[in-house]
Each structure stands twice: as C-alpha cells, then as structure tokens.
Design a protein around this ligand. Structure first.
Ligand code: SAM
Length: 212
C-alpha cells in the first residue's frame, strides 16, 4: 500500500540533497501512513510535518532524513532518541540496524507508540520520562538524536555519548533553531557544526524549556 507515494517521497528527498542510500532505502521500508492519525493518512507521504495529537507533530520527512544522514548510524550502533512522538524516526533508525532507545515525556503518545512498535514487531526500547536527563542505564551511546527544540545542549547528552559519537540536536528559541552536530572528541572536548534553520516543538524538561 502507498508504494508509489513512498518512491515519490524518496525521489523528492534525493532531489533535496539526501545522498545516503541506506537512509533512502529505510524510507522505502517504513510505512509513514501507519505513524499518522487516520485523518491524515492521505497526506502521509507529503514532505511536511503533520499533527499527531497532544499538540505534537511527526517531523517533516526531509528533516528526519537529514538528521539521520548527519547521525549516520551503523548496524548495531546504540542510538538514543529524545522525543519518540509517532515513532517514525525511531523506526527509520531501527530499519538501519541500530539498537534504538527512545524516550517520550507525553504518556498518551508513549502508550500509543509502544503499541504500534509491538504491532510492527519493532524491538525498540521505550521509556516515558523527561528525556533531557538522558538514559544513563544504557550509556554510552554511539549517537543521540533529539527531535524537539532545546534552549541549550543538555550536559547529560554530552556525558552519555561515546568518544567518537555524535549528538544531533536543534538548539534555539521556541520558534527557530539551528541544528547542532556535536562530535565527542575526548571526554571533555567536543567539535560543533551548525545547519540553519528549523522549527521544532519545544523540548520540555529539567534541562530544556520549563513547562508553564
Ligand atoms: N521523533 C518524533 C517522530 O518521529 O514522530 C518527532 C516527535 S515531535 C517533533 C517531538 C516529541 O518530543 C513530542 O512527542 C514531545 O512530546 C517530545 N518531548 C518534548 N520534550 C521531551 C522530553 N523532555 N523528553 C522526552 N520527550 C520530549
């Protein structure tokens, strides 16, 4: 179902500059229409963010593809995702062979997505909590990907990253962020590159935006 639409989406991602063939083929494998509310199903393969309830969104496919390409997860890499949402980004990482750990703070979304992962037989470790403190039990990670906009880079993410690992995180104000690509060079040395400009829902928590 929707095979042609998935192929068109992948062609569109390729035209927009996504080059990693492994990432592009993961977009053919993951059925985005299963990750959006029924009412949105006909828009599932448009390159746009869509509402998923609870005031949250499934990110735009191009943004997911770009962040995944920047992270470049290899098979068996341990990857921590903050902001499970619909589960789509986690599913892409899983299809790339990564061991995925994902945290969602919203209980309704968490419940809904855990059920979907079970239905699709995705072995993804899930947790409902404040992701800004990370998930120390399984650290260090080869990569950490944050899918909500943060006011700064939480220290816990830097600590829980392996040396040589990469953290991809949108940082800025509540309306606009730049994508930071943070590489851990040694325990206390990091290199940071930036790409502008993005608009994510806020990362809310102890080391993110404070809930009103
Ligand atoms: N990766 C998601 C996907 O593929 O659908 C994108 C979801 S949305 C852009 C960002 C998610 O981050 C929302 O579901 C939101 O509830 C969640 N979030 C915000 N702050 C969080 C936090 N401190 N810990 C965990 N999740 C958080």
């Amino acid at each position: 179902m929707y095979e042609t639409e998935r192929e068109e989406l992948v062609n569109n991602l390729r035209q927009r500059g996504i080059k990693n063939e492994r990432v592009l083929s993961a977009f053919l494998k993951v059925h985005r229409h299963l990750f959006v509310p029924d009412i949105m199903i006909h828009n599932a393969y448009l390159d746009v963010a869509l509402p998923i309830g609870q005031g949250q969104t499934i990110s735009q496919p191009y943004t997911v593809a770009l962040m995944t390409e920047l992270l470049d997860p290899q098979p068996n890499h341990k990857i921590l995702e903050i902001g499970t949402g619909s589960g789509f980004q986690a599913a892409i990482l899983y299809e790339l062979g990564a061991k995925v750990f994902t945290i969602e703070r919203n209980f309704e979304l968490y419940n809904q997505t855990v059920k979907l992962f079970e239905k699709l037989n995705y072995k993804i470790a899930t947790r409902c909590s404040d992701g800004t403190i990370g998930w120390s039990d399984f650290a260090p990670y080869d990569g950490i990907i944050v899918t909500a906009g943060s006011p700064s880079i939480p220290e816990n993410f830097k600590k829980q990253l392996k040396v040589g690992g990469k953290l991809i995180i949108p940082v800025g104000d509540k309306l606009n962020q730049v994508m930071k690509i943070v590489t851990k060079i040694s325990d206390d040395k990091f290199s940071i590159e930036e790409i502008s400009s993005f608009a994510f829902v806020p990362l809310i928590g102890q080391d993110g935006w404070k809930e009103k």
